[in-house]
Design a protein. Structure first.
Lengths: 438, 403
């Protein structure tokens, strides 16, 4: 049964946007549209439906023209706050998140088990996610993106919403966005002009941000991958969709000067990709990237690299929120329906309190992550806030993952239920560096 | 727009509260911890200052009375109001000394209860009254539905009979907000709260407790014998409405639990700050970028504690922000109280462990904070009661189903 058939016919209340996404999802798979040259036009119609939020329609139509080189690199200004304590997303963010949430529920969740088994996200899912504009959220309007100021908080909300569907596919969908974001945040005018048009154009390339290296006690500020004389050598680990990637952003030690980011095109013979299937995040087609004397161009400064590590950690925190919420949403009806000793197991405090603790810790994770995201987009220091969010999301996120399985008992341990997959995915939060960026 | 920073308009006010805490509460902290039951005379002057802070405009309601919810304003934008400013000021004051904060004249939890549910007429009549809160009885703690103190209607008055324990500021206050039942057979719906002035004939303060912590605050046992109070002192509706159940009196908790969470957050921050300084003297610096596994165990532990603290801090702010914006916040208030209560207790105890003899001895206040914090996971609903409330709400269970 195809993805499409599986989502079809389910009773579900949709608003205009939901209809738009479901429609887009179907249209994106339709060959008819390609044959008649309608694709561009129909995409625009769908994006019009979400326009008040995203400004996508305008941005997208402009993105089809080649971006010419600017006199100096385009840089997004910080978002300007109101000075009020506020937990309400902007109208733009609400619209975007609503679209992404529908996509996660209608497309990612039903495809999650198969993608996990196959260690791959279906191409049509990736296409649909690219059509949603995920790679454009941090790219300035003047470079073909959709934003006029920093939008790390939007990135957090989007990652959270995607991950509620499935973390593995979310990472696969977000991997190219990490590269486009890195180039728009830190690239010079030449790098921006060279690479960003591909991401803002019709078929965005697969691309990946790679920081991790395969060894215990890995430290992103003490890298073994090195760049000497413009050539990069080393091994990168857990790189999403490494085999498909046309472009890499690689973290490496520059001579004896410090760690930084480097742009590497994957066509060079010194680039070898090796599958690295792991405990979880399998839908992201994780791989090792082995680089031997490959030409590399530095992207950004040493300070930019530190910011990159922080923003990437923030992205992983956001992903943990969605999956942890998925656990809470799944176990809540389960413990109410599961009968033992003549009554629902939720009538027992040991069960009910476990559910309460999931809610308590998740709410804390969410606020701490949001604070870090909001500080990042307002141009405030956020090293401390990201560090605390990472600690919390790694610890409590894993606790939620293991409690999710525990609450289902033996049923949680088998693949009939998704909690075992969430358990495997949530273990990644404390380990991952790079791969996603907000 | 999502922003979790201290509101710009409250920054000056928070700074004022911090200075009060640093200059007046901290220096008296140890003294009143050792001299339990001695009246902290400094607080009279301080209370006047707090009243002044409250009247200064920015922080309308610097403390207990700030939890009143106003409705019907035209402004549709996001509000940062007195619930939030109260939480922020209580965090600062508790960073100074939570025992002394609880002894602050006119800032009792009873004042918050009055502010939460009193009519405008009652609010005027009880203005300037220092009100304590009396719920717990010798035979009933968390199970407040089974309280035995009775209120019997007699003409224009109620006659109150019963015994209350663990009344914070019960010895020093002017009045007590007493929970009593109109009809023992009618269950929760019959439980009402009454403002009973201390000088009412029949009110006796039986004794003051000797405690583990918050020794600067007096905790009283109060007996009520044939206490006659005007019917107009009943807070909320006098009707026994089984449909509404506990709603009237429980509404107070939605407002006071974020305040107690704020106390926990304040005490925990005091411990974290001093511990960080002492660790730095020992050569341990906290690095927010390096992986924790590559840092000394003390630094890694500290980061873990600080992460929990950050969560508790923001949860308390969220609960207050929701109250300011007229959103139902029972769930979030309980989540904030649960997280802050257990986190503060854990943090203060771990800080003693991290700092060794410096933390355990009376040279510093770390040992005191670790004693003070325990009550914050108990009063206004224990950790376990909060978990019950949260679980029942998430799972859609009644108290009969999920006991």
């Amino acid at each position: 049964m195809s993805l499409l058939e599986r989502t079809r016919g389910r009773e579900r209340r949709r608003d205009v946007i939901g209809v738009g996404v479901a429609w887009l999802n179907r249209l994106a798979k339709s060959r008819t549209i390609d044959r008649f040259g309608w694709r561009k036009q129909t995409e625009r119609v769908v994006f019009e439906a979400t326009k008040s939020g995203f400004r996508t329609a305008g941005a997208l139509s402009r993105s089809f023209s080649a971006a010419s080189k600017l006199a100096k690199p385009s840089r997004l200004p910080s978002a300007r706050g109101s000075g009020k304590f506020d937990l309400t997303p902007t109208e733009d963010q609400q619209t975007v998140v609503e679209v992404v949430r529908e996509f996660a529920a209608e497309v990612l969740r039903p495809a999650a088990a198969v993608a996990d088994t196959d260690c791959a996200t279906e191409p049509k899912v990736l296409t649909a996610s690219a059509d949603l504009g995920l790679s454009l959220i941090e790219v300035p309007e003047e470079l073909g993106g959709i934003v006029t100021e920093r939008s790390a908080m939007t990135g957090v909300l989007v990652a959270e919403a995607l991950s509620h569907g499935d973390m593995g596919q979310a990472v696969a969908c977000l991997a190219p966005a990490a590269v486009s974001t890195a180039i728009s945040l830190w690239g010079d005018e030449t790098q921006q002009a060279t690479y960003l048009p591909a991401f803002t154009g019709d078929s965005a390339p697969a691309a990946a941000l790679a920081i991790l290296e395969p060894r215990p006690l890995f430290d992103p500020f003490d890298l073994r991958t090195r760049v000497t004389g413009g050539k990069l050598t080393g091994v990168k680990s857990l790189v999403p969709r490494g085999a498909e990637a046309e472009l890499f952003v690689i973290a490496a030690q520059l001579e004896d000067r410090g760690p930084a980011l480097f742009l590497v095109e994957s066509g060079h013979p010194g680039v070898t990709i090796e599958a690295e299937p792991s405990m979880g995040l399998r839908a992201a087609s994780l791989s090792r990237v082995i680089l031997d004397d490959v030409p590399a161009v530095q992207l950004g400064t040493f300070d930019d690299y530190i910011e990159c590590v922080r923003l990437s950690r923030l992205g992983w925190c956001a992903l943990s929120l969605g999956t942890a919420k998925a656990v809470l949403d799944y176990v809540t009806p389960y413990v109410n329906e599961r009968i033992a000793f003549g009554e629902p197991i939720s009538h027992r405090q040991s069960v009910a309190f476990m559910v309460a603790n999931i809610a308590i810790e998740l709410e804390g994770m969410r606020l701490v992550t949001y604070r870090a995201g909001s500080r990042a987009e307002q141009g405030l220091s956020f090293a401390r806030e990201v560090a605390l969010a990472r600690r919390l999301c790694a610890d409590k996120g894993m606790q939620i993952g293991t409690d999710g399985v525990q609450l289902l008992g033996g049923h949680g341990f088998v693949k009939e239920h998704p909690v075992e997959r969430w358990y495997r995915d949530l273990r990644a939060i404390g380990i991952m560096e790079g791969a996603v960026l907000v | 727009m999502i922003n979790l920073e201290t509101p710009r308009k409250f920054r000056a006010f928070v700074n004022q509260a911090h200075q009060v805490a640093a200059e007046m509460l901290r220096p008296n902290s140890r003294r009143y911890d050792l001299a339990e039951h001695e009246y902290p005379v400094e607080l009279d002057m301080l209370a006047a200052m707090v009243d002044g802070l409250g009247a200064s405009g920015t922080g309308s309601g610097a403390g207990a009375s700030g939890v009143r919810r106003t409705e019907g304003t035209e402004d549709t934008g996001v509000k940062n109001g007195s619930n939030l400013s109260s939480v922020l000021s209580i965090m600062e004051m508790s960073w100074g000394d939570v025992g002394l904060l609880l002894s602050m004249p006119r800032q009792g939890l009873g004042n918050s209860a009055i502010a939460s549910v009193a009519s405008d007429e009652q609010l005027r009549r009880f203005e300037g009254v220092w009100a304590a809160m009396a719920i717990t009885e010798p035979e009933c703690g968390s199970d407040s539905a089974s309280i035995r103190t009775t209120a019997r209607r007699d003409g224009d008055d109620y006659i109150i009979d019963g015994e209350k324990i663990f009344v914070t500021a019960g010895g020093r206050c002017d009045a007590v907000v007493v929970w009593a039942t109109l009809d023992k057979s009618a269950g929760r719906a019959a439980i009402k709260s009454f403002v009973v002035p201390k000088d009412t004939p029949g009110v006796t303060v039986e004794r003051l407790e000797h405690k583990l912590g918050i020794r600067a605050s007096d905790t009283a046992t109060i007996r009520f014998e044939n206490c006659r109070v005007p019917a107009a002192n009943l807070l909320g509706s006098p009707d026994i409405d089984p449909g509404k159940g506990f709603a009237g009196v429980m509404q107070t908790f939605d407002n006071t639990r974020p305040l107690v969470a704020a106390m926990a957050v304040g005490v925990a921050r005091a411990s974290l700050e001093l511990t960080r300084d002492l660790l730095a003297e020992a050569g341990i610096e906290i690095d927010y970028d390096r992986p924790t596994h590559l840092q000394p165990a003390a630094a890694a532990t500290y980061l873990q504690l600080e992460a929990d603290w950050e969560a508790a801090h923001l949860l308390a702010l969220q609960a207050a922000w929701m109250a300011d914006n007229a959103r139902p916040n029972s769930l979030e208030a309980s989540i904030a109280k649960a997280k802050a209560g257990r986190t503060a207790n854990d943090i203060t105890l771990r800080c003693v462990e991290l700092t060794g003899t410096l933390g355990y001895s009376e040279n510093h206040l770390l040992e005191k904070w670790s004693r003070d914090s325990k009550i914050l996971d108990i009063f206004e609903g224990t950790q376990q009661i909060q978990q019950l409330i949260i679980a029942r709400r998430l799972l859609g269970k009644t108290s009969a189903e999920l006991k």
